[in-house]
Design a protein around this ligand. Sequence first.
Ligand code: SF4
Length: 538
Amino acid sequence: MQGSFFFKGNFPVFYSMTKQKKIYSIQTKDSFLEQKKNELLSAAYEGHHQAVEQIYHDILRYSETNSKFTENTEKLLNQIQTIIKRFYPNFEKHSSPKIRGCHIRLKTIILNSIKQSSGSIHHVDFQTWGTKLGLDHLQKDLVYKTAMTFQLSSGCSNFCRRCNEWALPKVRSHFSYTAILKILSHMADQGNDEISLYGASDPLDWIENKKDITDILDCLKEIPIEYSILTKVPKGKIPLLKKLLKINANLSVSITSKNKARIKKIEEELENPISKQHDLDELLIPAGLDEDFVSIKPSVTDGYGTEITPDGAFIIIPTFTSALHPFGHKKIRITSKTNFFPIKKTGRKALLVDYFKPIEGYDLYNNRNYLDGLLDVQIESIILDNGTDELTPPGMRSLKEYLSIFEEKPRLQRKKIGRHLNLCKKADCLSSKLSAVSFFLKSISGYTQKNPVKIKMIQFLLKDEMKNISHAYSDLIGNNSIEALLINSNINSFDIFRFYVFCLLNKSKVQAILEFITTYPSAYDPVSDIFVQSSPSD
Ligand code: SF4
């Protein structure tokens, strides 16, 4: 494969396959507060109270000196407060006075911020939003082209606590009416044909003077883009809901235990069914502020693409929902340095994306290319993916399933029907399997060297599986080579892979793993859509 990949700081960078080599980058470095949230969790997992106190104090000082919070900063502060309540449930009574003091002070700071920003709700106009973004027109066009979520407001009047987006309580700002129409028109001009008009806000909250969401939908008749609206119907918005139903808006109501009775009443009044989502007890799962920070749950984000909010624009990469990513996705702020935009894939198309392969996206000139390496957030998903059905929604391929395609039975079936010729011959199949495992282990090995705090968190989240795999495989693995174990059809390759992932996390057998990676240098070949041997210099 032509081209090569390396890490520069936190940037996975890619040399394109053209003669004039160009570097693409997506900056994924965590913000100060995100780093602190992770440090806090890691210390809490270890029961290291003094460290918790110190980190919490650092967070408090940061908040005191930065009292005008962005939407994401306030979301992180809410997560941090939830973490403290989760791990120190009795701090009010008898735990550390320092933690109690920090908690009270931070609570006051957050409340003041809510009061201040919700007391003067402002409208963000197109120019202000664009200037703050600081993107050139090529970058902006790609934001429009790949946008999947257009969040019209910041903050939510409903604040139902069922929110995986950790929406902020009370509306703080709206896009202006003209900004919304301009942005929607730009999306349509870029060939974007569908957009969700929500995010961490309820679209029924949007207003400007006498205008409401129906005025936007009215103009949307002239703009060639499909929209969708998901609402929980905030209090006082029933007349607006009726208005929307009357004009046959493309709307679904998301059901919670709180709004269920109200919605049922309206349905009876209207004698027409309302399109509903999440109307099942099992979907009324704890979300948002009920996050437990100790378990790994499936992703709740069903798309790759960009998100536009009054605060900026972000690349969204789905993740498992866990302490590492309580939103179920990673938000990567788009800045003037961003020159690679993942191709928009939503719904079924997003389910078909193998999250463990390098991401396909556009460069600034609209050429489609692949990153040669995995983003940190993808590597985290590989490490957290324990292969259970509970973690993998129907239609999505887990890494366990992917590794199973190299087994003998599927290979013989493919041979019979002539599908995926590269994986029909036994030797090619084994070689591709070794290349895939080598690629993943190399990515994880690089990740472990740069992310000591997150490694501690991951070790905590995976402690039970680690114990089980070590118990089941330590003897069998003995002095066998990784290669011998992976090509032995009597041994479950996924379990072997997990064993060596845990070795990397625990810094054991590292030499054997590095030798394996060096012996089987590998790269992802987008043309054949498999991992292949690459030359060691690549
Ligand atoms: S789920 Fe919807 S209504 Fe509930 S807090 Fe989040 S944005 Fe608001």
